[in-house]
Design a protein around this ligand. Structure first.
Ligand code: HEC
Length: 109
């Protein structure tokens, strides 16, 4: 059997597949973190959980709108890590806060 084409293919495919798989892992981490810690208030789609809106009011629960998405990562991460108004400071690790924010940005598209 001639291994050369197989090896060549592996050397081409592996570096190409690497960023794809690491991106998938990143967005999985984001979804997990977001659905665990954020969706209870902001809803799975980021538009606000209606049940929570009845409890704490609708204000601020939609976080996929233009106004939110125009803010920088720094601004939003500060709100996520320190809390704001009725939003409590997140207990997620810094990395997971970033993953959750990236996931939120992907929902907004
Ligand atoms: C207890 C409910 C609650 C939870 C849990 C919660 N939020 Fe919030 N969030 C809010 C409220 C209410 C606001 C509006 C804050 C304000 O008016 O200052 C807000 C604001 C925000 C904003 C700022 C929007 C803007 O335009 O300034 C972002 C971003 C955000 N939340 C993301 C998250 C993420 C990510 C998580 C999970 C780590 C999370 N939130 C968890 C209730 C919550």
């Amino acid at each position: 059997m001639n291994l050369k084409p197989t090896l060549t293919a592996a050397f081409i495919i592996l570096p190409l597949a690497w960023p794809i798989t690491s991106f998938a892992a990143d967005s999985d981490a984001g979804r997990t973190a977001y659905e665990k810690s954020c969706a209870g208030c902001h809803g799975k789609d980021g538009k606000g959980n209606p049940g929570m809106a009845k409890v704490i009011g609708e204000k601020g629960l939609n976080v996929v709108g233009k106004e939110t998405m125009q803010k920088s990562d720094e601004q939003l991460l500060k709100i996520i890590s320190e809390g704001s108004g009725k939003m409590p400071a997140s207990k997620l690790s810094k990395d997971d806060q970033k993953h959750a924010l990236n996931y939120l940005r992907s929902l907004a598209k």
